[in-house]
Ligand binder design. Structure first.
Ligand code: PLP
Length: 400
């Protein structure tokens, strides 16, 4: 008899959490570390949202909600999809989960069977392939390098689809590359999918509002309405409203799918945290200046980081169009030796040596399915970012 579930046993723990554990271990012994590894905004949740959470507690909103979520929240989610994404959605067409992550997991768990395939363009968010694996299915990783801006092309998509394909996962703006799909690019992918009606589409739009240089955000269900009946459009408040700890995500999609996800959730969490749901209503219906100001702050930081990284010997970085990550090639560092005598064979070696010898935590690109790269999250104040870049530059210059 196995002690653990076989699928869980073969899954890898999240690489980002592993780096965070190493950072904590360094800090516990008094070493100072600048962490550019976390996937969360460094801002506080806007005050009116925090106040709404407190008000919910004071008003006694401390019991279970309906499994699919509070009606006022579902109404504000439907309004968000209509207003921001041009998707004609009623409140019944929405589902609230404990974070965007759970929307994805519920969708996969509700639909996948042994041997099913899920197309995951790489570089990918670390959780996609692992979640697919946990559901007993097979992630089909499609490498999408810098030559296509780290984006999936229609040809690559067409080549990856088989009769066993259940889902293709799209993520724009992307974690870890910040790549953003344009409307024509999404239309071209949609054209491939229109000819393959057995494939479902998961659109992870969690970084929707972090998009720079005035570029417009597009999501595939809006670009190609004929895909709506098989697209799950997923989003949440974590990144847009600096609410990672509140754990509220949501989605809209075909009724059969939302029903199945709700059925699963009913046996699992019974629904998202009631207090957080009330706070999320305030986020979605309240003033929007927080979104604009955080976008402006991140764009300024991006410009600074890309310049500093490109001024670093051995690193090279394209300008990311969104999210808060820079994905830099570290090919120029591979094969070199650190002052402590470590030979850098892989990007993971680079990440470990940067942490141990320069006190800067980043995540290696191969954790996201593409090496040799490093992912730098610039969700920190300017002074810390500058200090981190100086330390990275010093480290790179010290290599022999
Ligand atoms: N999707 C992507 C690409 C992410 O980077 C994250 C968080 O890091 C999520 C989804 C999940 O966000 P949450 O569960 O906090 O809503």
């Amino acid at each position: 008899l196995r002690r653990l579930n076989a699928h869980l046993e073969s899954a890898r723990p999240s690489a980002t959490y592993r780096v965070m554990d190493r950072v904590a271990a360094h800090r516990a012994v008094g070493t100072s570390v600048i962490s550019l590894s976390a996937g969360e905004p460094d801002f506080d949740t806007p005050k009116h949202v925090r106040e709404a959470g407190i008000a919910a507690i004071r008003a006694g909103h401390t019991r279970y909600t309906q499994v699919a979520g509070l009606r006022p929240l579902r109404e504000s989610i439907a309004m968000k999809f209509r207003r921001e994404n041009g998707l004609e959605v009623d409140w019944q067409d929405t589902l609230v989960c404990s974070g965007g992550k759970q929307v994805i997991y519920n969708a996969l768990a509700a639909t996948l069977n042994e041997g099913d395939e899920v197309i995951v363009p790489a570089p990918y968010w670390v959780s996609y392939p692992e979640m697919v694996q946990l559901c007993g299915a097979k992630p089909v990783v499609v490498p999408c390098g810098s030559e296509t801006g780290f984006k999936l092309t229609p040809q690559k998509l067409a080549d990856a689809i088989t009769l066993r394909t259940r889902w293709v996962i799209l993520n724009s703006p992307s974690n870890p590359t910040g790549a953003v799909y344009t409307q024509p690019e999404l239309q071209a992918l949609a054209n491939v999918l229109l000819e393959r009606p057995h494939v479902l589409v998961l659109s992870d739009d969690i970084y929707e509002h972090l998009i720079f240089d005035g570029a417009a955000f597009h999501t595939i269900a809006q670009v190609e309405p004929r895909l709506r009946e098989r697209t799950l459009t997923m989003n949440g408040v974590s990144k847009a409203y600096a609410m990672t700890g509140w754990r509220i995500g949501f989605g809209t999609g075909p009724k059969w799918l939302l029903d199945a996800m709700e059925k699963l959730q009913g046996q699992q969490t019974s629904g998202a945290c009631t207090i957080s749901q009330h706070a999320a209503v305030a986020a979605l219906t309240g003033p929007r200046d927080f979104i604009d100001s955080s976008r402006a702050v991140f764009q300024k930081r991006r410009d600074m980081m890309v310049k500093l990284l490109n001024d670093t010997p051995g690193l090279g970085c394209e300008v990311p169009a969104g999210a808060f990550y820079a994905f830099a090639s570290c090919e120029g560092l591979i094969g070199k030796t650190t002052p402590a005598g470590t030979v850098l064979h892989t990007d993971e070696d680079v990440a470990m040596a940067l942490l141990d010898e320069a006190g800067v935590a980043i995540v290696h690109g191969s954790a996201f399915g593409l090496g040799p790269y490093i992912r730098i999250a610039y969700a920190l104040d300017d002074a810390s970012l500058r200090r981190a870049c100086e330390a990275i530059q010093g480290f790179c210059r010290s290599l022999a």
